[in-house]
Design a protein around this ligand. Sequence first.
Ligand code: PMP
Length: 332
Amino acid sequence: MARAPLKGILETIGNTHLVELEGLFPTLNARVYAKLERFNPGGSVKDRSALSMLLGKIRSGELRPGRSTVVESSSGNLAIGIAQICRYFGLRFVCVVDAKTTQQNLAILRAYQAIVEVVTDPDPVTGEYLPVRLRRVRELVAELPDAYWPNQYANLLNPRAHERTMREIAEALDGRVDFLFCSASTGGTLRGAATYIREHGLATRIVGVDAVGSVLFGGPSGKRLIPGHGAAVKPEVHDPSVAHEAVYVSDLECVVACRTLTIREAILAGGSSGATVAALEKLAPRIPRGSTCVLVFPDGGDRYLDTIYNDEWVISHFGEVSHLWKQEESGL
Ligand code: PMP
């Protein structure tokens, strides 16, 4: 059935596809589904957070086209989500990014007419860019008239958006979700999904998926190569206690899972999606027969063509490891 026409691009946010992964875990006696958040118009799950943090203020008239400026620190998906919404409503958007931001993301932000400020020097004490970026955001908010900082790390409208993400999953599966695998960075998706699960009495076991080197679930801080999931500092909105358990995934495991996913399912997914696949693989021996597992896939692989899907990049960081997924190819 043809879909009814929509009023503008922002109405395409949400209601993303839930796809069964039939060939990914041939020996696992469970149904595995992926929620493909790349189908949001900005290409990621963060479109939902961006809309949630901005729409109320736009509707109430607090944010006014031609007068207000939205300021945020993000180098990736949230920035793209905000840039798109600000463009749609004619709001100015100053986006503070750092030297690690990819050229592709910068190009997307500029195409949406965002004003991009690049922080070039990390914090001299921690070596992290985030504190410097946040300092710059605070300065801009103080300087610019009528400025608004959504602050995804502390704004409860960020997790609130994902109560709907989980509602869509639950409704598609009649509430029968035994395991939810969800990666975290601000922790918004995880916390919002957990709220829905609790308020609707679902018997879902929530698995928080974190990067080795991220502090979100109490692990030691360390170097991480793949952006998107994981954090060097615990954000205010993140509540680790909502996860029944946390699974740590290394950069290499993430790469191998992404490559395997593409080969077995023809899904070109982002790094954090691969992390959920690797986490499920780790938990597989403990997943009861007949379970239903849902993996949240936050974005697509086209933003990782220079890293995860680039052979030279992989070899430079991990050596020749293609046998870890090539053996799959020959079996096809
Ligand atoms: N995966 C990707 C690719 C992301 O961009 C993000 C957000 N940075 C996440 C996972 C984690 O989402 P959240 O901020 O809701 O924890």
